[in-house]
Design a protein around this ligand. Structure first.
Ligand code: FEO
Length: 401
């Protein structure tokens, strides 16, 4: 029998650990995933979220370690996506009288997913007494779907935040201070960059709503993925406010490219070296060796973005096209207008690879002070030095605000 983990007296983690998950919607999850659900043992036995349907046995075993699942009275659904709602039908089957609370939008989405299981809509400002405790609901639309909300256990000061403040990170320990701090902050950043980034304004509103609860209202943030924040609540809120949702760009650059015979690779290194010479923290990523979801982690607050491709069959390399498509979805045009872009690449008989990269960056809202750096066949050292100086000049003329 699997066990539950006590979060606070009479509050338990009853989720699932997906140790071997290595992808979530095309985002690499090198540390796995957790699907967190929480059980509150009060006069009304309350479950906050469920778990992915394939984790039914693990989830039910952990609940059963505390109480017979048929005794559940209240089920709060903070988010309809199936990694959290997948076992709502299971709970409803075992506890037919359990009342499901969710946002008005979630009522529509849950009905579309599972049929009418009897849903009670709650909005921001609504509360629910479950005995000694009061649950307060705050809608957080688009963090990560239109239905999202967060739930505050007022007396325990636990914010059940669902996707917000989450990380794709599987480990044997459930709390932030039991894990490596830098690893969990890195995974929180990667999670934001690959899941929440397109909804920056809505995420900013969600953070404001959390702040509005008051500085003493929250002792723990218990997300639906990854570790529970208890020692670093201030750190994760600050990271969201000051970096993730702020839209502020840092003195950072990413050089993202693919190459066939190292000519585009040579230009990439010259561009990277120019950033370093100007004191910009640069990261060079060959897409043959790096995944687009890791590239987005570095892209998140990078002022300078250089994208390169040689010409392959009258277009750019498929890896570069994949990056640009993925980036467009996560960082819409309005988020790129303060960024400085560069396009580059070598070619044999038609410069269509770098030209098409330039056109894509232009369509995505980047400022492009230089035409695409394009070289026919193998770039000479003189050409590479010229590229380096042009990039340095652009950086000098366009410092981080
Ligand atoms: Fe973790 Fe939007 O689901």
């Amino acid at each position: 029998m699997l066990t539950a983990v006590q979060v606070k007296p009479d509050v338990y983690w009853v989720g699932g650990v997906d140790w071997n998950a290595r992808s979530f919607h095309g985002y690499t999850t090198e540390d796995g995933i957790t699907y967190n659900a929480y059980l509150i043992m009060d006069e009304k036995v309350t479950l906050i979220d469920t778990a992915k349907s394939t984790f039914k046995d693990e989830f039910l075993q952990r609940i059963s370690a505390i109480i017979d699942p048929s005794k559940i009275d209240v089920l709060v659904c903070n988010h309809v996506e199936m990694d959290h709602s997948g076992n709502i039908p299971t709970i409803k089957e075992l506890a037919p009288n359990a009342q499901i609370y969710c946002s008005p939008q979630a009522v529509k989405e849950l009905t579309a997913h599972y049929g009418d299981l009897g849903y009670t809509p709650v909005k921001t400002g609504d509360t629910l007494s479950i005995g000694k405790r009061t649950l307060a609901f705050v809608q957080t639309p688009m963090v990560h779907w239109p239905d999202n909300m967060v739930t505050l256990d007022v007396e325990d000061k636990i914010l059940f935040s669902n996707d917000a403040f989450g990380q794709h990170f599987a480990s044997s320990a459930r709390f932030d201070d039991e894990n490596d701090y830098h690893e969990i902050m890195k995974q929180a950043r990667k999670y934001y960059a690959n899941i929440v980034q397109p909804y920056r304004m809505q995420a900013a509103n969600a953070v404001k709503a959390v702040r509005k609860l008051g500085p003493d209202a929250i002792e723990m943030i218990a997300p639906a993925h990854g570790v529970i924040w208890r020692s670093h609540v201030a750190d994760i809120l600050d990271a969201y406010e000051q970096v993730f949702v702020s839209g502020k760009l840092a003195n950072k650059a990413v050089v993202i490219y693919d190459s066939m015979w190292h000519s585009t690779d040579k230009i990439a290194h010259s561009i990277c070296d120019a950033f370093l010479a100007e004191g910009v923290a640069a990261h060079l990523m060959d897409l043959k060796e790096n995944h687009v979801s890791d590239a987005m982690d570095f892209f998140l607050d990078a002022k300078y973005v250089a994208v390169g491709s040689p010409t392959l069959n009258s277009n750019m390399m498929p890896t570069v096209a994949e990056f640009l498509t993925y980036m467009r979805g996560l960082s819409p045009k309005q988020n790129n207008t303060d960024r400085i872009g560069f396009a580059f690449g070598s070619y044999g008989w038609a410069p269509l690879g770098p030209k098409n990269v330039y056109a894509e960056l232009e369509a995505d809202g980047f400022q492009l002070p230089e035409p695409a750096f394009m070289y026919n066949w193998i770039p000479t050292q003189e050409y590479l030095d010229g590229v380096r100086e042009k990039v340095r000049a652009v950086v000098k003329a366009n410092p981080v605000a």
